[in-house]
Design a protein around this ligand. Structure first.
Ligand code: GLU
Length: 288
């Protein structure tokens, strides 16, 4: 694994700082220009990042535990955000050189195609449809579609209860809403974000929210008295880092970083999702 010092982590949360300091692995205290020792030839994305002097990363910011912005402190946190920080550090960029851009599920491909972001790290499932427009590094996590209902709801206990009289909310442009439309009788209700769906569930406007179980766990943990996850996951979602299509050098670099990170992945999982009780296991990257 490359050795690199992270010299300024002021804006990174304490846990992330620990992780990144661990992944930096430098042996002396002399500050170095972190971008200088990055070997990445032939990547137009990396060339643009270097020219700009900052990296623009698309994220979610309303998904606690995964991609979350604390409006009061301005602090970003979550498993995806720390994966993004880790990749940025591997590319030679510190926290104050990262520009985060909050992008909802439906707009991710277009933002990458338009060159508005350098990469996207936010519960982004690798799919063949999406690969027609963009590429993915990873996967870096695996989860599956789940169901969230009110704590007092005992009529919906699994996806087999998603009958025609049930309204189920998910995000526009997501794999879960597509799955509902194609394979279930329930009435789909769409919003841009999952937090909007949660608000609908909490005020009784919809019967259920569906998306990846990892996302639902974050919302359920925030409101354990009013929300519950029911049933078993009913899809497989492999999270990738969305990148511009055709930049194989960039993709290889990120895959190498994911693959050679030692304990970094596990530390990031434990720091952000350890409380879920799910034992995280880093998946093997897919070198398609
Ligand atoms: N992982 C799913 C997807 O990429 C759902 C989560 C999301 O919308 O970000 O569509």
């Amino acid at each position: 694994m490359k050795k690199r010092r992270i010299t300024s982590l002021a804006a990174v949360g304490a846990a992330a700082a620990l992780v990144l300091a661990g992944c930096a692995g430098g042996e002396d205290d002399a500050p170095v220009d972190v971008a200088d020792d990055v070997q990445l030839e032939g990547s137009s994305t990396f060339d643009a990042i270097q020219e700009r002097g900052s990296i623009v990363i698309g994220v979610k910011e309303d998904q606690p535990g995964l991609g979350y912005l604390d409006a009061a402190t301005g602090e970003r946190s979550g498993f995806d955000v720390d994966i993004a920080r880790w990749m940025a550090a591997e590319l030679g960029f510190e926290e104050d050189q990262i520009e985060y851009s909050a992008i909802p599920s439906a707009n991710r491909e277009q933002e990458l195609v338009n060159g508005n972001i350098d990469m996207y790290v936010g519960t982004y499932s690798i799919t063949d449809d999406r690969k027609e427009q963009i590429d993915f590094a990873g996967p870096y996590a695996i989860t599956g579609q789940g169901l969230l209902v009110g704590a007092d709801n005992d009529s919906i206990q699994s996806d087999s209860d998603l009958s025609a009289d049930v309204t189920v909310c998910s995000a526009t442009g997501s794999t879960p809403i597509q799955n509902i439309r194609e394979n279930y009788d329930a009435e789909p209700v769409e919003y841009d974000t999952y937090s909007q769906c949660i608000a609908q569930l909490e005020d009784g406007s919809v019967d259920a929210v569906t998306t990846d179980e990892l996302i639902l766990l974050g919302y359920a943990a925030q409101s354990p008295d009013t929300l519950q996850i029911v049933g078993e996951p009913f899809s497989e979602e492999l999270y990738g880092i969305g990148i511009p299509q055709g930049d194989d050098a960039f993709r290889d670099f990120l895959n190498d970083a994911l693959e050679n990170g030692g304990d970094t992945w596990t530390e990031i999982w434990d720091n952000n999702l350890g409380a879920t009780g799910i034992e995280g296991e880093q998946p093997a990257v897919d070198r398609y």
